[in-house]
Design a protein around this ligand. Structure first.
Ligand code: ZN
Length: 252
């Protein structure tokens, strides 16, 4: 069913972080209501994935859900998520809650995935799976899908996701820790960066034969991944991670 030819355009007011996603950047969009479409479909046709929307409000400030069918002359406000996002609180847009912040990093943010593991956050990283399989895995494993691919995040099955805005991996890490309010939930160096498994303490004597001479000389505490057998010790990479996070006010 089409709208009458006299339908007034829909006026959409986007908050700044969403305006940044529009091409060209703008806060106000006049959208001709020449077809019957849900507000979700309309916003996604402007290339903003539904995962980036925290709230849709009508002109009286009442929240709307994604299925809302805009009417002639509607003026709606579309907001991004408010940090810290409370994953365990159901909202009109996201009725399915998550009990904890676990992530699935797409291949285009694989380095972010490794950094999330280094600060102790449960993060799966995909390499060459098809979009459909990635989206289904995120939903099935109740993981927040992290990607720079808008089309992947537009998939209906994806409820919790983030179009990662920063380009540089350490900045991406700060973006995610801040968005989900995780700075007090980090357990740095507790998880294998290569395979996501929780590390176990191991005696130096047990792994001595696998250490370089300088490592065995200067380091005395070690952890080992029970799955892939990698050995970890405090080193310059830890200092670098600490320093980069400290610049953003995150202490680990
Ligand atoms: Zn491992």
């Amino acid at each position: 069913m089409s709208q009458p030819a006299t339908a007034m355009p829909l006026l959409l007011a986007f908050t700044p972080e969403l305006a940044d996603l529009l091409r060209p950047r703008r806060c106000l969009v006049r959208y001709p209501l020449d077809r019957r479409a849900s507000i979700k479909d309309i916003i996604e046709s402007l290339d903003i994935p539904h995962t980036e929307i925290g709230e849709i409000l009508d002109s009286n400030g009442r929240p709307l859900d994604f299925a809302y069918l805009p009417q002639s002359g509607d003026r709606l406000t579309v907001r991004g998520p408010q940090a810290p996002v409370r994953l365990s609180t159901p909202t009109l847009l996201r009725p399915t809650t998550l009990s904890e912040a676990r992530f699935l990093a797409d291949a285009n943010v694989a380095r972010l995935g490794r950094l999330l593991r280094l600060v102790g956050l449960d993060t799966a990283v995909v390499t060459d799976e098809a979009d459909e399989a990635i989206a289904e895995r995120a939903a099935a494993e109740k993981r927040i899908l992290l990607s720079r691919d808008r089309d992947l995040l537009k998939r209906r099955i994806v409820q919790h996701g983030r179009l990662v805005r920063a380009a540089e991996p350490y900045r991406q890490l700060v973006e995610i820790v801040t968005l989900y309010g995780l700075s007090s939930h980090l357990a740095p160096f507790s998880r294998c960066a290569a395979c996501n498994t929780l590390l176990e303490p191991v005696d130096k004597a047990t792994v001595l034969h696998r250490l370089e001479p300088l490592t065995s000389r200067y380091y005395h505490t070690f952890t080992r991944c029970p799955r892939c057998e990698r050995i970890y010790w405090p080193g310059s990479h830890r200092d670098r991670l600490r320093a980069r996070l400290a610049q953003a006010g995150i202490r680990i």
